[in-house]
Design a protein around this ligand. Structure first.
Ligand code: NAD
Length: 395
């Protein structure tokens, strides 16, 4: 366990404009179909007016997407739908040609993007080892910059990008997409209103038999999502971080990892990530003193966010579990990636600080670096016991 950065450093404020347009108290339907509380209210005219002009004006910002592979093609589609797609860059021409035919824009080289003064922003969905070099050149050329997670592969590189973006007065944003997910934002709202009571424990699982990264381990590839959610929910940074991991496919890259976090006010959290798992599970559990909540992204929108109004009650000095039925929370279905793309455009336009800006990315990387040190130390300990070579049990 190692000491982390000071509590609360770089915490982003959640303005009311960031929240979904639903009534925080409208928990909707019980799992048995009966109703509780009120239905979500529709947005007021004033709220609608705040949202509507955004897309209409979006074409004033021209975006180049760099990296048009598995995930980058979703950025291409969304920026096209928002009227902002200008350029597409990829080492594989066939990727670009197919996407240009489907969504418009034009194939370019990265140098052409940097030299084109009409291109306002660069979005990188390349393997994360490219983020630092590409991002540095984009910022130096005066572009606003979005980088897919993890922001970079070290805190030092990420801090350098933050300083450059600040010096250039350009927006730097990282793809912590779950902070744009309507169900997570609703959960955050519920937590901040104190409806669960003080948080005691958070569990976040991100499991799949999925894409196997070759540059970064499962912790750096998958856990940025869990960490960004946990740091937002707790509202600060951990004081203790420990982790273990196991490598089976590639000898030095952990395919699965667990991380434990302890926070200054006593909250605890655990993350379990793996791409070597028989089924997909993206599930976040929050246990508070007054109620518990589950955000399960694998379920349909009407079941993605459940609140269990159950808690530990006491008979004298004897604790007992006061259980209660799960309540489904009403959430407005919206594509998280589109919300994220729209937020990036909006921040460029208004000069606002992105919800997941470079500094938020650095906070996540600081925890990942501590976790990696902890994993390496655990590997050395296990190897010392003569079980398996260090590189095979932890990365
Ligand atoms: N937010 C999410 O939910 C999510 C999901 C998946 C992936 N990602 C992130 O997106 C990024 C890309 O992942 P992916 O799965 O799409 O990878 P990928 O390998 O499928 O695609 C990467 C693309 O980048 C191109 N590329 C590589 N170097 C380049 C360069 N220097 N210039 C131009 N193009 C280059 C490759 O040709 C490839 O088409 C990663 O950072 C990953 O972590 C995010």
């Amino acid at each position: 366990m190692e000491a982390a950065a000071p509590y609360g450093e770089g915490a982003w404020p959640l303005r009311s404009a960031d929240l979904p347009l639903t009534d925080p108290l409208s928990w909707g339907e019980r799992l048995d179909g009966s109703m509780m509380r009120t239905a979500a209210r529709p947005p007021t005219l004033a709220e609608s007016a705040q949202v509507a002009p955004l897309e209409a004006r979006s074409s004033d910002i021209r975006v180049a997407v760099v990296g048009c592979g598995y995930w980058g093609r979703n950025h291409v589609r969304n920026y096209a739908e928002l009227g902002a797609l200008a350029g597409l860059v990829d080492n594989h021409e066939e990727n670009v040609a197919r996407l240009v035919a489907a969504h418009g824009g034009r194939g370019m080289t990265f140098d052409e993007v940097l030299d084109d003064p009409t291109i306002t922003a660069v979005v990188c969905a390349t393997p994360p080892g490219r983020n630092f070099a590409l991002g540095k050149r984009a910022l130096a050329a005066g572009k606003h910059l979005f980088l897919e997670k993890p922001l970079t592969l070290s805190v030092a590189e990420a801090e350098e990008l933050c300083v450059l973006a600040e010096r250039q007065d350009r927006r730097l944003m990282v793809g912590h997409i779950l902070l744009y997910h309507p169900a997570f934002l609703k959960l955050l709202e519920i937590v901040r209103e104190g409806q669960l009571g003080p948080i005691q424990f958070i569990l976040s699982n991100r499991l799949n038999f999925g894409k196997i990264a070759r540059e970064e381990d499962a912790l750096w590839s998958l856990a940025p999502h869990d960490l960004s959610m946990i740091l937002a929910l707790v509202g600060g940074d951990p004081v203790c971080v420990s982790a273990t991991g196991s490598a089976f496919v590639n000898p030095s890259i952990a395919d699965l990892a667990t991380m434990q976090l302890a926070f200054p006010r006593g909250e605890r959290a655990q993350i379990f990530v793996s791409w070597l798992h028989p089924y997909k599970e993206h599930k976040l559990v929050v246990v508070g003193t007054e109620a518990m909540a589950v955000f399960d992204d694998g379920l349909s929108w009407d079941r993605k966010l459940l609140v269990y109004p159950q808690k530990v009650a006491w008979h004298g000095d004897i604790p007992f579990a006061q259980s209660a039925e799960a309540l489904a929370v009403a959430v407005e279905p919206r594509e998280p990636l589109k919300e994220q793309c729209r937020h990036f455009l909006d921040c460029i336009r208004t000069g606002a600080r992105p919800r997941t800006d470079g500094r938020e990315g650095v906070r996540v990387l600081r925890v990942l670096e501590k976790a990696s040190h902890s994993m390496a130390a655990a590997a050395t300990r296990i190897a010392g016991l003569g079980a398996v070579p260090a590189k095979r049990c932890c990365a």
